[in-house]
Design a protein around this ligand. Structure first.
Ligand code: MN
Length: 297
């Protein structure tokens, strides 16, 4: 099943070229703030599944091309992110520009990105104006948590996966706190919708690819992850309770590189979907924290 947010936090199921509205099933109106309808839908999904299937068979449809898809979970409890998680990317970091420090998931754990950095498949990536700094793309598979829990054992972890989505982890390269470098508004595009695991290849054999202006920059398969998806869920839930709708960015493969105003960044993940985003420059986002003491002199 493909589950989407659209037209101002409405919820829908995508069936072929159509979308079927199920906003009323979440128990939260699309106008309600904060926009937690998708979180409620995911939390109640098992109970609602039969009703949703009836709706797909008989509900009213809109052509998908006539709606505006949004980031599927706009208000999750948290966005967890796994650092460098493919062998080739670790090597790239070691031999990189020197601005980049090597982080390895198996020894580093995870970090959090701001929830407010989430954006959708029709939103541009707004890059801040930080002279001398590169802003990089990272191509990642997003895991959307279904059933929550704490201390989830590895052999039960996949039972907690609600679905998958495409995710770009956008970052200002440098040595400042990683959360700050990765939390600008629009630095976490997720979309174009959530796909349930039954429609996705096995979790350890998913191809992902990212292009900038049509040129392939990142290409990988989840079989080459350093820590796999069950281990991510086990690790995160060792520390904190996972809730329905939580998002895990599963770490980037090699090939990260700069994006700038005017670029188009596209991500494709087999069975999960694809989205192409415009990159737009802005005059906002500068702060003296980005200027190092030796540069101030
Ligand atoms: Mn990343």
């Amino acid at each position: 099943m493909k589950i989407a947010s659209y037209n101002g936090h409405r919820l829908g199921i995508i069936d072929g070229d159509d979308i079927i509205d199920i906003s009323d099933l979440a128990g939260v109106s699309p106008e309600f703030w904060p926009p937690v309808g998708m979180v409620k839908l995911i939390a109640g999904f098992e109970e609602l599944e039969a009703t949703i299937k009836e709706r797909i068979a008989s509900g009213s449809r809109l052509p998908l091309k006539d709606v505006r898809l949004e980031t599927p979970v706009p208000w999750p409890n948290k966005v967890i992110a796994i650092p460098a998680n493919y062998v080739e990317h670790i090597e790239e970091m070691k031999t990189g520009t020197g601005l980049i420090s090597p982080f390895k998931a198996s020894g580093q754990g995870f970090f959090l990105k701001s929830n407010s950095s989430l954006s959708g498949p029709n939103d541009p990536i707004i890059v801040p104006n930080i002279p001398g700094r590169q802003i990089h793309h990272e191509c990642e598979l997003a895991i959307i948590i279904g059933k929550g829990g704490r201390e989830i054992p590895k052999d039960k972890a996949l039972e907690h996966v609600f679905g998958y989505s495409c995710l770009m982890d956008i970052v200002v390269r440098g040595k400042e706190e990683r959360v700050m470098r990765k939390s600008y508004d629009t630095f976490c595009p997720v979309g174009p919708y959530i796909v349930t695991p039954d429609e996705v290849p096995p979790h350890d054999d998913i191809n992902l690819e990212l292009r900038v202006n049509g040129d392939v920059k990142q290409k990988a398969n989840t079989r080459n992850m350093i820590i796999d998806i069950p281990e991510m869920i086990c690790m995160a839930s060792a520390v904190m309770t996972l809730y329905p709708g939580d998002i895990i960015a599963s770490g980037t493969p090699s090939g990260v590189g700069p994006i700038k105003d005017g670029d188009t960044v596209s991500i494709h993940i087999d069975g999960v979907g694809e989205m192409s985003l415009a990159v737009k420059g802005s005059n906002t986002g500068m702060h003296p924290v980005w200027i190092k003491d030796d540069e101030k002199a």
